[in-house]
Design a protein around this ligand. Sequence first.
Ligand SMILES: Nc1ncnc2c1ncn2[C@@H]1O[C@H](COP(=O)(O)OP(=O)(O)OP(=O)(O)O)[C@@H](O)[C@H]1O
Length: 299
Amino acid sequence: MDNVVIETNALTKAYKNTIAINNISLSVTRGTVVGLLGKNGAGKTTLNKLITGLIFPTHGSIKVFDTIPKGGEKRLGFLSENIALYPNLTARENLEIVFLQEGVLPKREQISQILKTVSIKDTKKKVRDFSLGMKRRLQIAMTVLANERELFIFDEPTNGLDVDGVFWLKELINNLKYQGKTILLSSHSILELEDILTDYLIFNKGRISDKGRLDKINGKVLHIEILANDIDRARAFLEKNGFLFRVDGSTMSITIQDNYKSLLKVLYEEGIFPISYYINKKSLVDKFHQFAGDNNDDK
Ligand SMILES: Nc1ncnc2c1ncn2[C@@H]1O[C@H](COP(=O)(O)OP(=O)(O)OP(=O)(O)O)[C@@H](O)[C@H]1O
């Protein structure tokens, strides 16, 4: 299928003492931003390496752009923890090398634009004297901006970034998404990036223990506290109209499909007046606690 960028079938990667990826079948669709969540050792980095073709499956299969990854895929950008920078060169010179490696002659103006986008001053300063955040920005620029890429794997992209840097990164990822690019994000502070994700995968000891779309879990339970003598009316109304709900004392928890305001309006029109209400906003954190399990390295 054209829209599927990554497809795995019973994908398994075993090391001597560990099954790092255990029988995973999934597909990633073009234009999505997928958060990979999991405790230390859950298998996130191993999956990233299988996608980029740095390592190969023990069993099962993986296809990226409909071919078996062997490394060197030009349409794929991998921002790993240890992406190489030349410490004795400037930011501009580092970017020029990326262009040359891709067989493209670097244009001065284009590189100036890239440096501006990642807020790095075009100075004579050597990369070895850069702060951690500046190095990370440059690595991100090298992964994203210097090339015509369609799929990005970001492993711990926020490392070294300050609050402004994280904000900037989110804008960058959103822009990539709007251009129809596909992004896989693994981060220990993934909850910081929750608002830019479209989908999530939770890993637990090499398996996917939960997955889904963010818009399916965000703010979908409306808790309403209703006067005790209204509860029966509210219950009858909700039952009649096919709502899913639970009653606990004077609180009703109603699972809503769309706009909670329209439900509140209907309740008012029925003469059912809530004393208070709130939307269940916790989402990915809850999922993480429910599905991430123990560390895979705790053995
Ligand atoms: N080269 C290797 N040899 C042996 N075991 C390995 C190797 N690489 C990874 N593992 C093991 O595979 C499991 C998954 O590791 P992986 O690095 O994929 O986890 P992760 O989810 O990325 O963890 P973290 O959040 O700590 O980066 C761990 O138990 C790890 O110790």
